[in-house]
Design a protein around this ligand. Structure first.
Ligand SMILES: [Fe+2]
Ligand SMILES: [Fe+2]
Length: 297
């Protein structure tokens, strides 16, 4: 009983947070940095993946879950994210920012452990993992991971909610995965604020170089998604990084794309609304979704 109460407390604490310093804050200021760093640090949920009790699934549910084409890409994405975040963190000299990014990378490492445990518990076959390489340019790696998370989480939130509503994922599994989803919401909130803050720290000539790099990252991410969608990886075995876009068909959810986008928008808002209102919210994906919605019924 006691542990139920403390789990509920930890859960509430990871979803709701406001900074202690009152008043307005200026984006790019020291106060802003403290706010987005403390948000991530203070809302860290200290669960231990090793003690997760994986629910026993009915044969039919087990079949559904294990045949989803997402497990390879999910494990590999977390493996890369962990390395990329840690690589960039090691270059950051600001103590608070460094501490926060180390914890962020630690959460990615934990996601990978959660997924590995799940894969093990349900006997999901995985292709051997590639060697994860430390990026030559850590800032590039950090931006790739940050922007990827903004794209994938946006769709992931909607799909997760759809799978929950339709019962595609049984409630026990939804409950087990819920903290991972919420952690990604915190990560993208942190990333969006870090981006805005970081831009303010750069003199104009470095700012120009930074914006060019960000554009190259976007080009890379689009290429990566189109490439994987078309199976250009050479062996045709790479599973679907584009799952975020096609996933609603694969999880058997009978939703129109417009309905899915609406669900993504609501969920995106719901997952970030509990945090300090002075923090910026990631806006790119919601804007794109709203734009796309205008051309749909
Ligand atoms: Fe993650
Ligand atoms: Fe993340």
């Amino acid at each position: 009983m006691l542990s139920d109460v403390s789990t509920a407390d930890a859960d509430h604490a990871m979803r709701n947070w406001s900074g202690e310093e009152p008043g307005q804050i200026e984006i790019g200021s020291e106060e802003h940095k403290r706010l987005f760093c403390r948000m991530l640090l203070d809302t860290h949920n200290p669960y231990k993946p090793a003690v997760i009790d994986w629910p026993k699934l009915e044969p039919e549910v087990l079949q559904r879950v294990t045949s989803l084409p997402i497990w390879d890409i999910a494990v590999q994405t977390e493996g890369r994210a962990q390395l990329r975040v840690a690589a960039y963190a090691s270059m950051v000299s600001d103590p608070l920012l460094n501490e926060t990014m180390i914890m962020d990378g630690g959460e990615e490492a934990r996601h990978k452990v959660v997924l590995s445990k799940l894969v093990e518990a349900y006997g999901i076959p995985l292709t051997p993992e590639p060697e994860y390489l430390v990026p030559k340019d850590p800032e590039w790696g950090w931006l790739v991971t940050g922007y990827s998370e903004c794209i994938d989480s946006f769709f992931g939130f909607g799909l997760f909610e759809a799978a929950k509503r339709t019962g595609f994922f049984p409630p026990e599994l939804v409950e087990t995965f819920e903290p991972v989803m919420q952690e990604e919401a915190r990560h993208i909130l942190f990333f969006a604020n870090w981006l805005a803050w970081h831009r303010c720290q750069l003199p104009w000539y470095r700012r120009v170089a930074f914006e060019l790099k960000a554009l190259r990252v976007w080009a890379f991410l689009i290429w990566e998604r189109i490439g994987i969608a078309r199976g250009l990886d050479g062996n045709g075995e790479m599973q679907d990084a584009n799952f975020t876009l096609t996933g609603h068909q694969q999880i058997g959810v009978n939703l129109k794309l417009s309905e899915l986008l609406d669900l993504c928008l609501t969920e995106d808002q719901r997952r970030t609304e509990g945090y300090d209102k002075r923090l910026l919210r990631p806006t790119f994906m919601p804007r794109m979704a709203r734009l796309a919605r205008r051309f749909m019924r």
